[in-house]
Design a protein around this ligand. Structure first.
Ligand code: FES
Length: 161
């Protein structure tokens, strides 16, 4: 189950401004959703009926599209995205323990965000750098050959006390 944390209030004026820019353009649902996500970080639920009304769609259609695309998020995510690899190469080299350690360090489960909105923890099928297994990414940085010491160093260093 997804853990939801308190996110900063959404600037709906900003969202409305983006929506207005696409008025009546049914084809533009995805670019519109992407632009909102770019500015706000996710698609706030309260934006769904507004988007639908402006484009001339049903809210259920907008919700359906937004839920379908895994790159569109309907809840706030952390400032940093931690993606632990659960691919085969990483798995056989201790990926499961690495994931467990990361969970302990962050105090969240897969798909969850830390209370301070600093980290969202996700898992991915393969990061494409199997030779360095076990691996994880934090945003765009790959961390390979992971072990408990490295995990402590990474999160000890990154974590705000
Ligand atoms: S299986 Fe982990 S990077 Fe490929």
């Amino acid at each position: 189950m997804e853990k939801q944390n308190k996110a900063p209030a959404v600037n709906m004026k900003q969202v409305e401004k983006i929506i207005t820019g696409y008025k009546g353009q049914k084809w533009a649902l995805i670019p519109l959703a992407q632009e909102i996500q770019e500015k706000i970080g996710y698609i706030p639920p309260e934006a769904i009926p507004r988007i639908a009304g402006s484009l001339g769609l049903f809210p259920s259609q907008v919700q359906g599209v937004v839920s379908f695309y895994s790159q569109l998020y309907t809840h706030p995510r952390g400032r940093n995205i931690v993606s632990v690899c659960r691919g085969t190469a990483c798995h056989v080299r201790g990926g499961k323990s690495i994931l467990k350690l990361v969970k302990q360090h962050l105090g969240v489960d897969e798909g969850q965000t830390t209370e301070d909105m600093e980290y969202t923890l996700e898992t991915v099928a393969c990061l494409g750098v199997c030779a360095l297994a076990p691996n994880m990414m934090i945003n765009k940085d790959t961390h390979g050959n992971l072990n408990p010491k490295k995990i402590s160093r990474i999160f000890g260093r990154n974590k705000k006390e």
